[in-house]
Ligand binder design. Structure first.
Ligand SMILES: CC(C)(COP(=O)(O)OP(=O)(O)OC[C@H]1O[C@@H](n2cnc3c(N)ncnc32)[C@H](O)[C@@H]1OP(=O)(O)O)[C@@H](O)C(=O)NCCC(=O)NCCS
Length: 142
């Protein structure tokens, strides 16, 4: 049975490696631990099999990041359950009548996963694009 705990995984980089993403530096890992608003880890017994986290202000703006399910555990509903629990967490802090904004950047071709959870693609008739810039210290010029 898969269980869920509201915490970061013990080894964020092992998740990132498992899906071919670049690793975070120790400084970045420390920042993730210190300043993520909340996070979730999915467990199969003791084994950490999924993780995701939220950064933001805790009141209005929430950004879901680093949603990863280990390849051998994908398409079992674990990613959806983690997303739902994170959204419930974000909404539970709100007061009646408040609207919160949950944003994310989909990895390529993963849009159907997020659409199945109620997220809209951008741009659309009402809203412009989300935008991203990656900066590498020592290489990028602002
Ligand atoms: C994207 C990811 C988190 C999905 O997690 P998951 O546990 O496999 O997803 P679920 O089993 O909850 O899928 C629910 C539904 O989302 C959709 N979906 C899931 N993975 C998908 C994919 N790779 N492509 C298209 N649709 C997908 C399907 O409709 C699926 O329902 P179905 O299995 O009945 O067809 C997982 O594939 C993953 O970790 N991928 C590598 C890392 C990554 O790209 N993360 C997203 C970063 S933005």
């Amino acid at each position: 049975m898969i269980t869920y705990e509201l915490r970061l995984p013990k080894d964020i980089n092992s998740f990132r490696r498992s899906v071919g993403w670049y690793e975070l530096s120790q400084r970045q890992l420390d920042c993730a631990k210190a300043r993520s608003v909340f996070a979730i880890t999915a467990l199969d017994g003791e084994k950490e099999v999924g993780s995701a986290r939220v950064v933001g202000d805790g009141g209005y703006q929430f950004f879901i990041s680093d949603v990863i399910v280990r390849p051998e555990y994908q398409r079992m509903g674990i990613g959806s359950m983690m997303m739902k629990k994170l959204m419930e967490c974000a909404l539970s802090a709100a007061e009646d009548g408040e609207t919160i904004m949950i944003n994310l950047m989909s990895a390529k071709d993963k849009e159907p996963f997020y659409e199945s959870l109620g997220f809209m693609r951008r741009p659309n008739d009402e809203r412009g694009s989300g935008m991203t810039r990656f900066l590498t210290k020592g290489e990028s010029r602002v």
